[in-house]
Ligand binder design. Structure first.
Ligand code: BEZ
Length: 286
């Protein structure tokens, strides 16, 4: 079983993530009382539980057993441990008496799910594209034939670019080549035209798609960026330590932090900001 990098720290430090989801829920998902919804990458289930209060049924999928334990035990949600990159419509759990969902939803997860930087995720560009296309194809099959909706928000091209570049620069400092440093990134941040292509190729009609910059205040004041780096930067830390096990996580994160201090920190308010770029879409299975 692969290592679960998510822990209860997620709830403490990433609570701002579901709070920022009102646009994708209200304007893109548009939940209705009789909807059945599959939430892909539901994490600890905070947002999923809000949906469960207003729709007929929600089922959560996530690759992290730690987060799903919370989703199930604290929020009473039905969940399945599943790496959504290998989602297979035929093997999903469906609402009682149904062989489809009305809607598939995903918030702040597809940039993790659609990454293809691991050696097991294809060696050629074509293989990597096929892995992503398969995901969209399987979501399509999961949905109701007449008007099923796929609505999602995730990181688009340029997302947290300062943080991303600071990690890459730090990895190069610790002896990785630029190619190795880039390959350590666990994130996929595409342009909206690329995502439109995957959706249309799967058979969807794209009703709307957008990519917008959203400067985001990180919680925890002065400590905000370090907590963010610690929570989400584990893949970069692992890449350095694989090459040089004596380098500590603290040393790596502090190097990244010092690069970012002159870019993402507001000394007037003692607060950190991250340059989030949100890619959102609403696509219909006609
Ligand atoms: C995001 O929601 O864009 C995001 C969250 C954590 C790490 C990277 C990106």
């Amino acid at each position: 079983m692969s290592k679960d990098n998510w822990s209860s720290d997620y709830i403490k430090n990433a609570a701002f993530v579901p709070k920022l989801a009102s646009i994708v829920v209200d304007d893109f998902l548009q939940p209705k009382a009789d909807d059945t919804i599959l939430d892909v990458g539901c994490g600890d289930g905070k947002l999923t539980a809000e949906l469960a209060k207003i729709v007929k049924y929600v089922h959560g999928l996530d690759s992290s057993p730690n987060l799903l334990k919370i989703a199930h035990e604290q929020h009473g949600l039905d969940v399945t441990v599943q790496d959504a990159q290998t989602l297979t419509a035929a093997e999903l759990t469906y609402p009682t008496g149904q062989s489809h969902y009305d809607k598939v939803f995903s918030n702040a997860a597809l940039h993790w799910i659609l990454t293809t930087n691991k050696p097991t995720q294809g060696s050629t560009h074509a293989e990597k594209e096929q892995i992503r296309q398969n995901f969209f194809n399987e979501v399509y099959k999961t949905l109701r034939a007449d008007g099923g909706v796929f609505a999602a928000e995730f990181g688009g091209l340029g997302n947290v670019s300062e943080i991303h570049a600071a990690f890459v620069a730090t990895l190069i400092k610790y002896g990785l080549t630029p190619a190795e440093a880039h390959a350590a990134s666990p994130w996929y941040y595409p342009h909206e035209d690329v995502v439109r292509g995957y959706l249309e190729h799967a058979g969807f009609t794209v009703e709307k798609i957008e990519r917008v910059y959203r400067s985001t205040l990180l919680p925890h004041g002065d400590d905000g960026m370090l907590q963010w780096l610690d929570l989400f930067g584990f893949a970069f830390v692992e890449a350095v330590q694989k090459k040089n096990p004596s380098v500590t996580k603290d040393a790596i994160l502090n190097d990244v932090l010092e690069i970012l201090r002159g870019v993402n920190y507001d000394p007037n308010s003692n607060q950190w900001f991250a340059g989030y770029v949100r890619l959102r879409f609403r696509a219909i299975k006609a």
